[in-house]
Design a binder for this molecule. Structure first.
Ligand SMILES: *Cc1c(COP(=O)(O)O)cnc(C)c1O
Length: 386
């Protein structure tokens, strides 16, 4: 009998791996075929059917990480988000979204779901009443992101799981910021888990991919939609993503440690007004984060003291690069008002608590002392900048 794997890093390295019966190589062989002979059980293997050998292998790994029965791999995080939603809701259905959503998901709701006659509303806050009061007779789905972008707000997953069950609604989470290393939403009864694998799963800022993990029952309609939308990932990138995921535990644990150290450093700094990191005891979501997360993650935001020029500050950083995206082994920063939340009105940004001086910080695996020195020198230059 094969021993059952229980440890995270063992899953990350081994689960789903393909054997190489010809040469006994150490890693999964890469099958590039787009054409496969029909087999006796009539499985039609084809890239856009999401069932090539490498896609299936990686699906097993990601399903195991999220404690789910099945997973599908996509060409981007947004392909996963849109396919999951459109696979499960129909015209006339209603969705309750958390208010501060990832920009692409917000855009999907505002620009596209409406066009297809799918109703939605945004919960006004993070409490159970904020979500429950939005539920209507036709509500089919509750969709959350925790920790959220960019203020790292925390939603109680146990509360969402129970609320969804009580009303017979499907619960869905974008688990990108936490990664399955830090948060397994299935433990709290969340039905569908989505990842932008472009982030922590890829981890090196060189792969665009997405994933959905859920039950066999719910994967069926999502899979059907997926074949129609056709957002599969290329085999080469599926293989690269499998390789990247093997080190996700090591990377994310280090990022957790670095981020906590940086959060303490920034909190104590005279030029920083506030730090948003769920690992800090003063963070409003700290107690819930402690309950539902195994680590507090590598993402945070901080606010420069008013009067300091956020654009100039970012330009002075030598090691930490101002860049789009997040979760790579290298540390990066961005200004939400200049990038991800640029399209929101000033009023909307104010309501979400996003100020001009806010900097989102994706903490990498470098030495903390180097990261601190880089921020220190950039702040000194910004303070002298008139
Ligand atoms: C990046 C991101 C996405 C979208 O993923 P892409 O791979 O860029 O399509 C969705 N959700 C969150 C939280 C993200 O950070």
């Amino acid at each position: 009998m094969e021993p059952r794997i229980q440890g995270l890093n063992t899953h990350l390295v081994h689960t789903g791996e393909l054997e190489d019966p010809l040469y006994h190589g150490a890693v999964s062989p890469l099958y590039l075929s787009t054409s496969y002979a029909f087999d006796e059980v009539d499985i039609k293997r084809y890239p856009r059917n999401f069932n090539t050998p490498n896609q299936e292998a990686l699906g097993h790994k990601i399903a195991a990480l999220e404690n789910k029965e099945a997973a599908l791999i996509f060409g981007s995080g947004m392909a996963a988000v849109s396919t999951a939603i459109m696979g499960l809701v129909s015209s006339g259905d209603h969705i309750v979204f958390q208010d501060d959503l990832y920009g692409g998901t917000r855009n999907l709701a505002l620009a596209d779901l409406r066009r297809f006659g799918i109703e939605f509303s945004m919960a006004k806050g993070l409490e159970i009443k904020d979500f429950e009061s939005e539920i209507r007779p036709n509500t089919k789905l509750i969709y959350v992101e925790t920790p959220s972008n960019p203020l790292l707000k925390i939603i109680d997953l146990d509360m969402i799981g129970r609320l969804a069950k009580k009303h017979g609604i499907i619960s869905m989470i974008d688990n990108t910021f936490a990664s399955p290393v830090n948060q397994v939403p299935d433990e709290f009864g969340i039905d569908v888990v989505i990842h932008s694998a472009t982030k922590y799963m890829g981890g090196h800022s060189d792969i665009s991919a997405g994933a959905i993990a859920t039950s066999n029952e719910l994967i069926a309609p999502i899979w059907s939609m997926a074949k129609s939308l056709g957002g599969n990932l290329s085999e080469m990138t599926v293989w690269l993503l499998e390789r990247s995921i093997k080190t996700m535990g090591l990377r994310v644990h280090r990022q957790n440690e670095n981020a906590l150290a940086m959060a303490h450093f920034l909190s104590a700094h005279h030029a920083i007004n506030g730090v948003y990191y769920p690992g800090l005891v003063e963070h409003p979501g700290h107690e819930i984060a402690k309950k539902q997360m195994k680590g507090f993650g590598g993402m945070m935001s901080f606010e420069l003291r008013s009067g300091l020029d956020a654009r100039f500050f970012q330009q002075q950083l030598k090691l930490i690069k101002p860049s789009m995206s997040l979760a790579g082994v290298e540390s990066t920063v961005l200004s939400p008002t200049m990038t991800s939340h640029h399209s929101l009105t000033l009023e909307e940004r104010k309501n979400q608590g996003i100020s001009e001086g806010l900097i989102r910080f994706s903490v990498g695996i470098e030495e903390v002392s180097d990261l601190q020195r880089d921020i220190e020198q950039a702040i000194a230059k910004t303070e002298n900048h008139g």
